[in-house]
Design a protein around this ligand. Structure first.
Ligand code: AMP
Length: 399
């Protein structure tokens, strides 16, 4: 049996998952959070042979990521699964920003870590935390290769005409300003899973993927390669999200700076954390928003309308960019679970060959499913994403 440990580190937390790669099943997963405090918290789920999850948790002082990994190892030792019986052959790390430098999973060396750190100017909150997590994990697992998998990598196939902003070229080059795109691991995973499900070669398919979670992005995938995507230099661009504006006239920032005396930090906070459906309605969770909209709350209805309007806008754009579309795929928390958002987004598109089957769309399920009618020329699917599994697959592919 071959196992891979997948790590996703933030500045004060990390998530982990131990995956057995022959059957691609999760053996354990967990979260260490509030690192750097006396009240750090660890939750560890180990999955029993019958598929049940047993949960163990503890609150204790954890000063840094290194201590966090030691705590994780304690939980594995105490509650299982045994890392002696399931030793990971490699550790795969999610890294947010690979800039234009990293376009594939990469085995970690000191130079690779320096390069990731160097890209921190593009992802100041994420990349330093990712490097800290890698270093701490290397101390805990010194004898196996560590591999980094970048959120941006899948979008490195974007052609220049798609990734170039019409900004002064010298400024753009000097400061590495261009579209990078994010959620790449998820877009790659679900587009390949859909092809496998349909028993088609991904190289023959034109697909549009809607990754709708708290963060949201859309990608046009031609022959398995990303050719256009909605997020940009940062994850702020594109679709309306839980708390992010998505597309907005950049001059709004100048206006608020001049008129409301807002500085960079305040604007960053406003656009990234206080806007989106939350800023419009007070609800950041799609379940609460739809419930409130259906109860007749005007602000919630408006927020949902704005959300769906933007989705349609991008969907239409990507249709024209691809010319011909075989599949439209919904994934992530909202995409997988909200029949209402899916129905509203695809409403009235019969003339474009998209016909949702209302009963299939409403039916709940865990796996991949087709939700279009048999007559629909575009196949619409719900494909559950699994970024950890994709990171584990890519990790194994390079060691
Ligand atoms: P993610 O970032 O992929 O975990 O997705 C989080 C988003 O999924 C939140 O906005 C949740 O409200 C949304 N979500 C989760 N379950 C449901 C559901 N059953 N119906 C609608 N939205 C859901």
């Amino acid at each position: 049996m071959t196992s891979v440990l997948v790590i996703n580190s933030g500045s004060s937390s990390f998530k982990y998952q131990l995956i057995e790669m022959d059957a691609e099943t999760t053996l354990a997963r967990g979260l260490v959070e509030r690192i750097g405090t006396d009240e750090a918290h660890i939750v560890h789920h180990d999955v029993t042979d019958s598929g049940e999850e047993e949960t163990h948790e503890q609150t204790r002082a954890i000063r840094n990521h290194t201590e966090g990994f030691a705590a994780m190892l304690d939980f594995f030792a105490e509650h299982g699964p045994s890392l002696t019986e399931h030793p990971p052959v490699a550790v795969g790390h999610r890294v947010v920003h690979g800039g234009a430098r990293f376009f594939e999973p990469t085995v970690v060396t000191n130079l690779v870590k320096i390069n990731i750190q160097d890209l921190s100017e593009l992802a100041p909150l994420h990349n330093p935390a990712n490097v800290e997590g890698i270093t701490a994990a290397q101390e805990s697992f010194p004898d196996v290769p560590h591999v980094v998998v970048f959120d941006t990598a899948f979008h490195q196939t974007l052609p220049p005409k798609a990734y170039t902003y019409a900004l002064d070229a010298a400024t753009a080059e000097r400061y590495r300003v261009r579209k990078y795109g994010f959620h790449g691991t998820s877009h790659k995973f679900v587009s390949e899973e859909a092809a496998r499900f349909l028993e088609r070669d991904v190289a023959d398919l034109n697909q549009i993927v809607l990754h709708l979670g708290n963060g949201a992005s859309m990608t046009a995938v031609r022959g398995g390669k990303s050719v256009e995507t909605s997020m940009g230099l940062t994850p702020l661009e594109g679709l309306v999200m839980g708390t992010r504006t998505g597309d907005i006239d950049p001059a709004v920032a100048f206006h608020l700076h001049r008129r409301a005396d807002m500085g960079v930090a305040e604007l960053d906070d406003l656009f990234n954390k206080k806007s989106g459906i939350y800023g419009l309605s007070g609800h950041r969770d799609m379940r609460d928003l739809t419930e409130s909209a259906n109860r007749g709350d005007t602000a919630s209805r408006n927020a949902l309308d704005v959300y769906v309007h933007r989705l349609k806008q991008y969907l239409g754009g990507y249709f024209f960019q691809l010319g011909h579309v075989d599949t439209v795929i919904f994934t992530a928390g909202i995409g997988e679970n909200s029949a209402e958002v899916r129905a509203e987004t695809l409403d009235g598109l019969q003339n474009y060959g998209i016909e949702l089957d209302a009963a299939r769309n409403e039916r709940r399920g865990d796996g991949i499913r087709v939700i279009s009618t048999d007559e629909s020329s575009v196949t619409v699917l719900v494909v559950p994403t699994n970024e950890e599994l994709e990171i584990a697959r890519q990790t194994l592919s390079v060691i």
